[in-house]
Design a protein around this ligand. Structure first.
Ligand SMILES: [Zn+2]
Length: 389
């Protein structure tokens, strides 16, 4: 390689690095770009000037204050009108969609009900409908989509892209989902497990730090999780790293949807809690369950307290395995508040002698009318932002 192509190759890599930081951060000052990239400030200034001339990036008109150094400077971002990212989440009973502009700002968020017994063709039809509606509502079309991410409640093999067992949408088992969706939607699609996507949302839109190791635990319809190290979700050899819900709690317990017995998910999921409460008041929705609990019903508090205590044991196991900086909790069971969280903390402290480093996820707050379970579609966009097509 001659000297000129060596130099231009390095310049191209530096520019790509600056753009990638802006994609992930949303906005940053020249000083912050220099700090995060390791490039000199003069080099970053030259790159920024060239990108502004080409109308790829712009000043936001606001000041950027670095959370690390406290220094402020003019905030820069990728021009929002250069494209959009689409995130979709396929869950039990719903499809969620999120549209984010190139500057990482949420511009649209929608939900579509989806009957539990739908087969894969019906799921694909529902996706078609919601994507068409999102495009129409936002006066845009697939040609402006920079990338699409899809979250699903199942492990995805990182090598084959096939959906693993224990799916919350069983019809997708063993399907090469990204390939199928790319063909169906006519645009490149990346897919991952919904808990991995939620964890990625915490990295890109929430408060999860970008250095250190964190355990993300999602207490929702299922019990999932993810291991995040230095801002990267570690999916493991088969995509099942962080599947905390299928660690065994009781070998004599009931059969789980994964085929094993007594998994933690059998005790720590919305359906598990509703099943425990059913003998007392009959079948009910999670909303009705929360209302009963908020009225101080003793039987409900006991059911939730027992679950919280079991969750404390799970945290101890995870802590002994990966020794995270903190446990970041997500999912709708966290909406039960102290009735769930206090026994969790107490059990953890009883077993370890230490206070559990627990925080509640914050990423979904960027969505209007958010609930904890709304994160996966947002995080699915992270799959594309982290690895642009
Ligand atoms: Zn299981």
């Amino acid at each position: 390689m001659d000297q000129i192509s060596k130099v231009s190759g390095r310049a191209a890599r530096s520019e790509a690095l600056v753009l990638q930081i802006l994609r992930e951060q949303g906005s940053a000052s020249i000083a912050e770009l220099a700090r995060l990239s390791g490039l000199g400030k003069a080099t970053v200034s030259r790159i920024v000037a060239a990108l502004r001339t080409r109308e790829v990036i712009e000043e936001t008109g606001e000041a950027f204050r670095s959370a690390n150094t406290g220094r402020s400077g003019k905030a820069l971002r990728i021009r929002p009108d250069t494209g959009l990212y689409l995130g979709l989440a396929i869950g039990p009973g719903f499809i969620h969609s999120v549209l984010v502009d190139a500057a990482k700002r949420v511009v649209d968020y929608q939900q579509e009900e989806l009957a539990l017994d739908r087969q894969l063709p019906a799921v694909l039809d529902a996706l078609d409908l919601i994507v068409a509606r999102v495009m129409a509502d936002n006066d845009t079309d697939p040609s402006r989509i920079l990338g699409t991410g899809v979250a699903i409640g199942a492990p995805i093999d990182p090598h084959t892209g096939r959906v693993g067992p224990s799916s919350l949408v069983p019809e997708t088992f063993n399907a090469p989902l990204a390939e199928i969706l790319s063909q169906r939607l006519g645009m490149p699609v990346r897919c991952d497990n919904e808990s991995n996507c939620s964890a990625l949302a915490e990295v890109l839109w929430g408060d999860m730090p970008k250095t250190g190791t964190y355990a993300y635990i999602k207490f929702d319809h299922g019990l999932g999780g993810a291991i995040v190290s230095d801002g990267q979700v570690r999916s493991g050899r088969r995509g099942i790293a962080g599947e905390f819900g299928h660690i065994c709690y009781d070998r004599e317990g009931a059969f789980c949807r994964c085929g094993k017995r007594g998994c933690f998910e059998q005790y720590l999921s919305i359906s598990a809690l509703l099943a425990r409460a059913a003998p007392i008041y009959g079948p009910m929705s999670f909303q009705q369950f929360r209302e009963r609990l908020s009225k101080g019903d003793h039987a409900f508090r006991q059911v939730v307290g027992e679950a919280g205590s079991i969750a404390g044991e799970l945290l101890v196991l995870i802590g002994q395995t990966i020794d995270p900086e903190a446990f970041v909790l997500g999912g709708d069971l966290t909406l039960l508040g102290d009735d769930f969280l206090t026994p969790m903390r107490e059990r953890y402290k009883a077993l370890t002698g230490e206070d559990a480093p627990i925080s509640i996820g914050t990423a979904a707050r960027v969505l209007s009318g958010w609930e904890q379970q709304d994160e996966p579609a947002l995080g699915a966009i992270g799959l594309v932002i982290k690895q642009p097509t």
